[in-house]
Each structure stands twice: as structure tokens, then as C-alpha cells.
Design a binder for this molecule. Structure first.
Ligand code: SF4
Ligand code: SF4
Length: 196
């Protein structure tokens, strides 16, 4: 019998947990980043039946495997894209005007998107929690955007970039690659995500 600390930590779905997400991200992206980027590009033109149900299942499993509180890489290395509604809500919560908030924390990038001036984010706490969790930008709430119905639609704008920054996105794409390319599946079901 193995000692407890030698046993692999398993999730409810039976998949191995990833206890050190940043280590996993760096190592895996270095090893497979190019291959997975090419795979994502190919997926844009490839017909794969059942891709969206598979991506939703992989998304669910990735959140079981990876604890965001052990990562916080999005809050550390990336900026949320704010909507005006986000700024209205957050500034009100902080007792500031829209303009005060904008001037203190934001700038408009070359495409007109409203971004944080600072990284890491000014609201990231030492324990990796968000200091404005209840009113955080909807971009943060929905990050990494792998839960949507049309996985392909977000490849260029989102997933292709995020495999370098987000362990959850990387895990989803790595496992999707295994199923579609290594196992050669052309027609997918959520069941494929549960097989090893
Ligand atoms: S607002 Fe909160 S969730 Fe969003 S980047 Fe900042 S710390 Fe992270
Ligand atoms: S969403 Fe991705 S980058 Fe952000 S904390 Fe979770 S695993 Fe890390």
C-alpha cells in the first residue's frame, strides 16, 4: 500500500488532479505549445462532430483538476477587458466616480478596448482571491471562456493566446488534441472525455 502522500490525487471524474498549475503550464507549453497551436488552427477548418459537447465536458473536468486559487496567472499576467457597465458597477462599489476609476486604473489600448494599467491586477489579494469578487468584470467572471457553445468561434481571439497563460485552457486543448489527433476520433461525445 502506498503512503498517502505518494498516492495520486484523483478528481471526482477519476482524472488526475494538477496540484501545481503554473509548473504544469510552463512545462507543457514549452513542450507542446507549437503543436497545440497548430492543432487549434487546424480545428478551425476541420469538421469534427460533437466538438462542443466534448469541450464542455473537458471544461468541467479541467475545473475539477485545477484549482484557480493555486494559479491566479490570469490576474497576475493578463488584464481584463472592461465594459463600461463593469466600470460603473465597480466604481460605485468602491465609492468612486466612473472617471476617477478610469483615470486611476484603466487605459484604452490601440483597438479601443479598456484595459487595466497594472499587472498584477490591483485587486489580486495575497491569497490569490479577488478583492472585488462580487462585482468583478464580466471578462473575469467568464474567463477562460471555454464554456461557451461554439468552441471554434473563440479559437483565434481567445484560446490560441490563452494556452500560454491559462492552465485550464491548456489542459482542455491538450486533452482535446489527444482525443481528436492521437486517438483519431472524427465523431466525438462527452463520453470520450471520460475515457483514458
Ligand atoms: S478583478 Fe479580480 S478576477 Fe479580475 S483580474 Fe483583478 S483580481 Fe483577477
Ligand atoms: S482561469 Fe486559468 S489562468 Fe486564471 S486562475 Fe484559473 S487556471 Fe489560472
Amino acid at each position: 500500500m502506498q503512503s498517502l502522500n505518494k498516492q495520486k490525487q484523483m478528481t471526482k471524474s477519476g482524472k488526475r488532479a494538477i496540484p501545481k498549475p503554473i509548473e504544469y503550464l510552463k512545462k507543457t507549453y514549452r513542450k507542446k505549445g507549437k503543436k497545440l497551436t497548430t492543432f487549434l488552427r487546424g480545428l478551425m477548418i476541420r469538421k469534427v462532430r460533437g466538438l462542443d459537447s466534448l469541450s464542455k465536458e473537458l471544461h468541467k473536468q479541467a475545473f475539477e483538476r485545477i484549482d484557480c486559487l493555486k494559479c491566479a496567472n490570469c490576474c497576475t499576467k493578463m488584464s481584463p477587458t472592461y465594459s463600461k457597465t463593469d466600470i460603473k458597477r465597480i466604481s460605485k462599489h468602491l465609492g468612486m466616480t466612473y472617471d476617477e476609476y478610469f483615470d486611476k486604473y484603466c487605459y484604452k489600448d490601440e483597438s479601443g478596448d479598456i484595459m487595466n494599467k497594472k499587472t498584477p491586477c490591483q485587486f489580486l489579494l495575497k491569497n490569490n482571491k479577488c478583492g472585488i469578487y462580487e462585482v468583478r468584470p464580466s471578462d473575469c467572471k467568464n474567463f477562460p471562456h471555454t464554456q461557451y457553445n461554439d468552441f471554434k468561434l473563440y479559437i483565434t481571439s481567445t484560446h490560441k493566446q490563452n494556452i500560454e497563460y491559462c492552465p485550464i485552457t491548456l489542459d482542455i486543448v491538450e486533452r482535446m488534441h489527444e482525443i481528436v489527433i492521437e486517438k483519431g476520433k472524427k465523431s466525438l461525445s462527452a463520453k470520450d472525455a471520460r475515457e483514458d
